[in-house]
Design a binder for this molecule. Structure first.
Ligand SMILES: Cc1cc2nc3c(=O)[nH]c(=O)nc-3n(C[C@H](O)[C@H](O)[C@H](O)COP(=O)(O)O)c2cc1C
Length: 172
């Protein structure tokens, strides 16, 4: 099973990216969690290019989403909203059939940042994602963490992450 994980942060030591790396470590045999690395290079969405002129990187992103059995999204909140780079990536998916119905897990590493989570859910629901309730987890990391290995080795965090991932896999 192939799961594509998308972090809404471009920061080098992002807590959102790190929690996705921890999930990749915790994935059971036969499940590969791949972290999407192209968010920062995606061109700005332009409906005029949402056709046979679609930029290569956007087409590649669509195809990576299309072949994934499920998605995991973990995003920070910027100014009470979803980071522009993540919204831009999602906009590239609106006009394709790569995304609709895709089982989706949401990870929230900052429970106080509820505006972005609410917006993300609204956006994904509008895009006909299948947000899996059992796969939505809160992992209160904040911006301080000791890396993916430490998160995966922490019993309490690893249990929550495994439960969420299992919920996603069961729904797939
Ligand atoms: C420009 C900017 C705006 C932010 N706005 C908010 C905000 O509105 N609410 C909030 O809870 N945190 C806000 N934060 C804090 C980030 O969401 C927080 O540091 C998050 O952990 C960053 O995620 P990352 O470690 O994956 O990069 C903001 C951070 C930045 C850089």
């Amino acid at each position: 099973m192939n799961i594509l994980a998308i972090s809404g942060s471009l920061r080098a030591i992002s807590s959102n990216t790190t929690v996705l790396q921890a999930l990749a470590r915790l994935a059971p045999d036969g499940v590969r969690v791949t972290i999407y690395t192209g968010l920062g290079e995606l061109p700005h969405f332009n409906p005029d290019l949402d056709n046979e002129r679609i930029p290569d990187l956007a087409a590649k992103f669509r195809s990576e989403v299309g072949v994934a059995d499920g998605l995991i999204i973990s995003s920070p909140e910027y100014a009470h909203g979803v980071p522009g780079s993540l919204k831009n990536a999602l906009d590239w998916l609106v006009g394709s059939d790569a995304f609709a119905g895709k089982p989706t897990m949401l990870v929230n590493v900052a429970p106080r940042a509820f505006h972005a989570q609410a917006q993300l859910r609204e956006i994904l629901t509008t895009m006909a994602a299948r947000i899996v309730p059992e796969a939505c987890v809160i992992i209160p990391l904040g911006s301080r963490h000791d890396g993916a290995k430490a998160i995966a080795a922490d019993d309490s965090l690893a249990t929550k992450l495994r439960e969420g991932l299992n919920g996603l896999l069961a729904s797939i």
